[in-house]
Design a protein around this ligand. Structure first.
Ligand code: SF4
Length: 342
């Protein structure tokens, strides 16, 4: 079990060695042979009730693909996702409606999320028509009004007849989040929920997510490239690089004591993060490389300021740093930290 929560907390989602490969054409082969593109390369993750896990990393590191796998918008190539101990595939076969009620996702761009020809009333009431058909239309409408008001869209009646293009980005993203919460999901993935919004409304939208999480005890995967946002919302952070988690720990521990060179570089380059201690800026060389055949060594070795010969040869084992903190880096083994896979 993951060490970041006590054994009495309810495990909502467990991910075991989750992989997603796509077939991609490369120029290096005659006859257009396709090779495996490793979007997600074997991820383990545990999400407990009411917990927010922040997933951070550069764009192209597989964060959004991971989010889609977790809510079954994409099928995995390998690995397993357990929802309250039951494999998701089994849930989908036996109780598909129950799965869709309890697992939701909010996307980055609220302008792409809704049909422009539907009113907010129609958009908001649809999940209740699909999955709460025991409620009368009036009851469904009252639920919609209540959650809109709870989310700061007051008076709700003013918003119901409007169309998406008549709302601001911040209002529309609120609608998207509130709609995902209508069915009281146990698990929610939010993918860069504020990155497309005006800076002036970001804090309000984030605070709304935190209030809803507190009230409904929803477990949330919060995907972002912005460490300062993740620091504010997350209890726990997982850092992804090229489809794999390279470091994971409680927010406080990971930000005050980062161990992986990539995490250190990300933190040092985040201009908006306000740490208790000063950090020297670390330059990351080049661009994130192709996820086609990224091995056999550490995927970060071409860009790492601390790379050694061994880094090009073998992928580093998982090294436990504290009870709730681990990373994958050869330097840690050399420093005498305890490797838990070798
Ligand atoms: Fe850098 Fe080597 Fe650690 Fe990878 S294993 S992060 S290349 S030092």
């Amino acid at each position: 079990m993951n060490n970041h929560i006590s054994e009495h907390d309810e495990l909502i989602l467990e991910v075991k060695n989750l992989k997603k490969f796509y077939k991609a054409k490369t120029n290096s082969h005659f006859f257009g042979k396709k090779e495996n593109l490793e979007a997600v390369g074997g991820i383990d993750l545990s999400v407990y009730k009411g917990e927010i896990i922040g997933i951070i990393g550069e764009s192209g590191c597989g964060k959004s693909t991971l989010g889609k796998l977790l809510v079954n918008l994409e099928p995995p190539t390998d690995g397993e996702i357990l929802f309250r101990g039951t494999p998701v595939q089994e849930m989908l076969q036996k109780h598909p409606a129950e799965f869709r009620k309890t697992v939701q996702m909010v996307f980055q761009n609220p302008f792409d999320t809704f049909l422009q020809t539907e009113t907010i009333e129609k958009i908001m009431i649809r999940p209740l028509q699909l999955y709460a058909s025991d409620l009368s239309h009036d009851e469904q409408l009252q639920n919609v009004i209540a959650i809109l008001e709870e989310g700061g869209l007051r008076p709700a009646q003013d918003f119901l007849p409007r169309y998406p293009h008549e709302l601001s980005g911040g209002q529309l993203q609120r609608i998207s989040i509130l709609r995902s919460m209508l069915l009281n999901p146990a698990f929610l993935v939010v993918d860069e929920p504020v990155s497309m919004l005006d800076v002036s409304v970001r804090a309000d939208v984030i605070n709304m997510i935190l209030d809803l999480k507190e009230k409904y005890q929803t477990s949330i995967i919060f995907i972002s490239h912005d460490i300062s946002v993740v620091r504010y919302v997350a209890d726990h952070i997982a850092v992804m690089y090229l489809g794999r988690i390279v470091e994971e720990g409680s927010t406080e521990e990971l930000l005050s004591n980062p161990k992986h060179p990539y995490t250190k570089a990300l933190i040092s380059n985040c201009m908006t993060i306000d740490l208790d201690h000063p950090v020297k800026r670390i330059k990351i060389k080049g661009e994130i490389p192709s996820p086609i055949n990224p091995g056999p060594g550490c995927y970060f070795c071409k860009r790492c300021y601390a790379a050694k010969c061994i880094c090009q040869e073998t992928y580093p084992d998982k090294t436990q740093i504290t009870d709730n903190h681990f990373a994958y880096c050869h330097l840690l083994c050399q420093e005498g930290e305890k490797s838990i896979e070798s």
